[in-house]
Design a protein around this ligand. Sequence first.
Ligand code: ADP
Ligand code: MG
Length: 238
Amino acid sequence: MGQITLSKVNKSFGATTVIPGIDLKIEEGEFVVFVGPSGCGKSTLLRLIAGLEDTSSGTISIDGRDVTGEPPAKRGLAMVFQSYALYPHMSVYNNIAFPLKMAGTDKATIDTKVRDAARILNLTNYLERRPGQLSGGQRQRVAIGRAIVRAPSAFLFDEPLSNLDAALRGTMRLEISELHQKLGTTMIYVTHDQVEAMTMADKIVVLQAGHIEQVGSPMELYNKPENLFVAGFIGSPR
Ligand code: ADP
Ligand code: MG
């Protein structure tokens, strides 16, 4: 579960080609980081995988099934948005339960899943609070909880920590890595932050202007950058 394959994926907006053609294979259970400067196409690539954008050409398959053109709800993935996407008027419980209610899940099942997610995320004592009564880190955990209850085959994160302060970012980085270890689920994590990429990833995909510059483990990229862009971006002395 959670194996994702992109073949010749191209995305253009009108006359502007943002992703000229990407081939990429993500293995089951991998923590993959898409890293690159602002505007290089990281969010677009993630949205294509999620089904929030349609490919202009090329195919995307998940666990061997061609999902090109399928809507997000059919893909079995969960996108984690920044914590400000929570519903301020709803309790933590109802924020986490929301996707299950939308899917028509029965109350008892919802309750079990929400409480399991809260336990994993150390939110058990906060279920009756509203997002405004939580710290930034707790709010981000609620946003992750909303993804966990759907038991996705992969989690997709788009710069989830960018509106947190530096200290909290460090803590949340560790928490997300621990969550990956606990769940063993494929995670794709978008960031422009090299430190996040180097510390969290099993596999880093370095992007520039919609192209993949290099794919490799943090050590591979550090020791054997294939070009100056990768070397400069990863911060190798070469
Ligand atoms: P990143 O997430 O790496 O910062 P994006 O994927 O958001 O980059 O954007 C990549 C490029 O695609 C940018 O030049 C951006 O302006 C363009 N782009 C993104 N979405 C749209 C859209 N809906 N319409 C037109 N251009 C877009
Ligand atoms: Mg982006």
